[in-house]
Design a protein. Structure first.
Length: 498
């Protein structure tokens, strides 16, 4: 039934084909430039930042105007109840499935079990010259980097490692156990290379209930303009829902305001069309700049290879969720063709990969589901902005895999109870994750402290997280789009029965 709806906007999709091809070309050219000539990539970074800023600039008015017009378009505001319930149930279900998939994969593959944890060298003599440490025999594992520290066992001082090469180590400042600067003796015997762990975690462990309480507190801001300035989308959605609902109760007095918001919403979408005319150039700058910051292929590829098993585990989980789980839900419950639906969302998905921001992609997600997939404005205006805030399937899956990876690296066993805590906190923390680049790293600290794992473990992931961030953001946006199709079908069935 709904398949014909998805096929109807083919003309619009074909008309935007040049943009899709332009974005693909920009990603390829940006990767080549940033990878082979990182200094050029860094210079192009400003172009990408301007493009991302332009998209973020319209997020707040777009979310508010779109949400208000969607609610006022419901007519009978009581219909909001079923729309809201179906949306929240869908988001809770898919996020839970994503976390379970991530937990299953990371327990089977165990990517962290192969990361070197360090080595103890009690019989090795060393000689210190400034920040360089010479050894009388080479390390067993020669490729330790900045994520590790060196401890002189006979002098009880330590320093973070810069790099290791054969029998020579380069370190940062020497410190005592209390963190005070130290000047060790020039020679000695016995040292240890290890992943640093603080004596105490930075902050108290947080339960799933505490995370939920924080999310609920964030629903009502003290100042709506402060929420706008900080792009706190969830409280803006709540405010817009209430404002739109109240406008529907004012009768003729509310009509001028409703028409104003409808006109403003159309104007914002017009700005979206203008911004997308320069999208390929901006995306080229984003990709080239990020690879340039990573030192090009020469600096990034060794890190990617070193964490290859972890990288593949995350990507495999995201791929299964994005290409199997969500399409199956869309086909069975949404009664829509996943291939047609995905093709019509291609511009939004490419933008999500390029910007690593689900919030910055809201304009294109709305455009894709409404203009090309035939989703009604009332459904899209509610489901998509809300999804960009609370529906983080990719982020939740990533956090579950990353936390268990860190536990495996530090050789900390997690039992069934800890797995349940990871499941709950990863699901809830993803709801509070901002739709901005690499926000998942911040919320991951919540999950780590919940199971008493060292927060320093996040440093293991920093060098390749920017690439994984793009993949998981694409899955987040795809989940929002699928949600609009599923909820639209459920709404149509309910209207038919009614």
């Amino acid at each position: 039934m709904a398949d014909c709806k998805a096929d109807a906007p083919d003309a619009a999709a074909n008309g935007s084909g040049y943009l899709v091809h332009g974005i693909i070309a920009a990603i390829v050219v940006g990767a080549v430039l940033g990878g082979l000539a990182p200094e050029i990539g860094v210079r192009l970074k400003v172009v990408g930042e301007l493009f991302l800023n332009a998209l973020m600039l319209i997020v707040v008015p777009l979310v508010m105007f779109s949400m208000i017009t969607g609610i006022t378009g419901l007519g009978d505001v009581r219909r909001l109840g079923s729309l809201g319930r179906q949306t929240v149930v869908y988001y809770a279900l898919t996020t839970s499935l994503a976390v379970l998939l991530g937990l299953g994969l990371v327990n089977v593959v165990r990517p962290g079990a192969h990361i070197p944890r360090g080595e103890e060298l009690p019989g090795v003599a060393y000689r210190i010259e400034g920040t360089r440490v010479g050894l009388d025999r080479p390390l067993v594992y020669p490729r330790y980097d900045r994520r590790y520290q060196v401890a002189l066992r006979d002098q009880e001082v330590h320093a973070l490692l810069v790099q290791a090469s054969g029998t020579e180590l380069e370190v940062q400042e020497w410190l005592t156990a209390d963190g005070e600067p130290a000047q060790p003796e020039a020679t000695g015997q016995g040292l240890e290379v290890s992943l640093p762990v603080a004596d105490k975690l930075k902050g108290k462990p947080r339960s799933a209930g505490a995370v939920l309480e924080e999310v609920v507190r964030g629903l009502i801001p003290r100042n709506i303009f402060a929420a706008m300035a900080e792009t706190q989308v969830l409280p803006l959605i709540i405010f817009s829902l209430v404002l739109g609902a109240v406008l529907t109760t004012l009768g003729e007095r509310g009509e001028p305001a409703i028409k104003l918001f409808e006109a403003l919403n159309d104007a914002i979408m017009g700005i979206v069309h203008l911004i997308m005319k320069v999208a390929p150039l901006g995306i080229l700058g984003l990709i080239a700049g990020r690879l340039g910051d990573a030192g090009g292929f020469a600096g990034f590829m060794p890190e990617l290879i070193g964490l290859g098993k972890y990288f593949l585990t995350v990507v495999a989980g995201l791929t299964i969720h994005g290409l199997v789980v969500l399409p199956l839900i869309l086909s069975v419950i949404g009664r829509r063709s996943p291939l047609v639906f995905a093709r019509n969302m291609s511009t939004a998905l490419l933008n999500a990969f390029s910007t690593a921001s689900s919030s910055a992609t809201i304009p294109l997600t709305l455009q894709g589901v409404r203009e090309r997939n035939g989703i009604s404005n009332r459904t899209a205006s509610f489901v998509v902005p809300l999804g960009a805030t609370i529906n983080m399937d990719g982020t939740a899956l990533y956090e579950a895999v990353a936390v268990l990876f860190i536990a495996q690296v530090y050789n900390v066993p997690l039992g069934a109870a800890a797995m349940v805590i990871v499941f709950l906190t990863a699901t809830l923390a993803s709801i509070g994750a901002a739709g901005i680049p690499e926000a998942g790293l911040v919320t991951m600290l919540i999950v780590l402290t919940a199971v008493n794992l060292p927060v320093e473990g996040v440093a293991l992931l920093l060098t390749i997280d920017w690439l994984l961030d793009r993949v998981r953001t694409t899955v987040n946006v795809w989940g929002d789009a699928v949600g609009s199709g599923v909820v639209e079908t459920l709404q149509e069935r309910a209207a038919t029965r009614g």
